[in-house]
Design a protein around this ligand. Structure first.
Ligand code: DON
Length: 367
């Protein structure tokens, strides 16, 4: 019987083959040689994942998919604004924007693109980059970690399970650890440096949304508690209340969907802002940052996101999400209602739609 193997099957098959070949070179080293295991492994043959090189999307294609994603998901009212930061509950739930910024600085947008929302956890990526830029990638790996927790972004259980270490810069504990690793003599200097660095990625001076900051600062007992546990275990590197407060300010930075997309496009462009042409991050750190985003950018939904869309991305509880297509573009969705994991429903849908329309999954074609 003749069997047809489709592209999605090949994609999954290649992942299985990779696992099998890794096992062949590592796990089998422990097994005594038998008739079967003594045979030399055959050289791996390259697997063609794409039948033909895809044509890069035109400007018309990019504006079309942005318009389509906006129109298709505008009416989806599922999810609910986060309300554990009281201010966020008051942000209009119907706001919705979709933006693409390419690695050469072209902008395609639809919807509420001028509304400045709080960047929240999307900021964690850039402070992680700041630590790499200032202290090298080892600082992040050794002092924080790069493992996904598989748990919610504010999980105390995850902290307890990992010897009171954050293990990832994109959960709250790891983000406060990143803030504490930024070299500064006092809280004001730490905040100024972080705001300036995030602004460099956006290509324009970003500002604190004071109401968001005040609202979170008045209610962030859980983050303050976790900061103290980290500090008590030498996994936070400045005064814990300073780290938590500067982290809270960092999360309260206002960005428009376009500004967030420029920040993402800077990573897509190897660390150089495509609008200002300023280098924000050494190119060798960009793949490291994207790897952490791929593994943990959607928290406990990171596996599903990788399976469905195959792009490094980061979400924020203010409703913003940015995804990076290395060398090509960043895609941003913004809409305040989030799901149980704290990820914007409409933004996830819009980005996922664009990934599939333009065939952008990094692991191969899903068609
Ligand atoms: O610390 C917090 O809980 C918020 N400032 C950030 C959380 C967040 O954005 C989670 N993301 N989806």
């Amino acid at each position: 019987m003749k069997t047809t193997i489709t592209q999605p099957c090949l994609r999954q098959l290649s992942a299985v083959m990779l696992a099998v070949s890794l096992f062949a070179f590592t796990g089998c080293a422990q097994v005594p040689a038998t008739k079967e295991t003594a045979a030399q492994p055959a050289a791996l043959q390259p697997i063609a994942l794409q039948s033909a090189p895809a044509q890069p999307p035109t400007a018309g294609d990019l504006q079309r998919v942005v318009n389509e994603a906006y129109a298709k998901f505008k009416g989806d009212t599922s999810g609910k604004n986060a309300d554990y930061i009281p201010y966020l509950a008051s942000v209009p739930s119907n706001l919705f924007a979709v933006v693409i910024v390419t690695a050469d600085g072209q902008v395609f947008s639809a919807g509420d693109i001028d509304y400045a929302f709080s960047i929240q956890s999307c900021s964690k990526v850039f402070t992680m980059c700041q630590v790499m830029e200032e202290s090298g990638e080892d600082a992040v790996v050794k002092k924080i970690g790069v493992e996904p927790t598989g748990m919610p972004f504010n999980s105390v259980v995850a902290l307890g399970m990992h010897n009171n270490k954050a293990v990832n810069p994109l959960v709250n504990c790891g983000a406060m650890a990143s803030v504490s690793l930024v070299k500064a003599n006092n809280a004001a200097e730490r905040w100024d440096k972080i705001l300036a660095y995030q602004s460099k990625f956006a290509g324009e001076p970003l500002k604190l949304i004071d109401e968001v900051y005040k609202s979170e600062a008045a209610t962030n007992w859980r983050n303050r508690g976790m900061a103290h546990i980290l500090y008590n275990n030498e996994n936070l590197f400045c005064d814990p209340l300073e780290a938590c407060d500067v982290y809270t300010k960092q999360c309260s930075i206002g960005v428009t969907a376009k500004e967030l997309a420029v920040m993402g496009a800077t990573l897509a462009n190897g660390g150089v802002n495509p609008i200002t042409k300023e280098r924000c991050l050494e190119s060798k750190y960009v793949p490291r940052a994207l790897a952490v985003m791929m593994m943990a950018g959607f928290y406990d939904e990171s596996g599903a996101w990788a399976y469905n869309a195959g792009l490094p991305a980061k979400t924020g509880v203010g409703g913003g999400i940015f995804a990076v297509v290395p060398g090509k573009m960043a895609i941003v969705g913004f809409s305040p209602p989030v799901n149980d994991a704290g990820n914007s429903v409409r933004a996830t849908e819009a980005i996922d739609y664009i990934v599939k329309e333009l065939d952008l999954d990094l692991f191969g074609s899903l068609k």
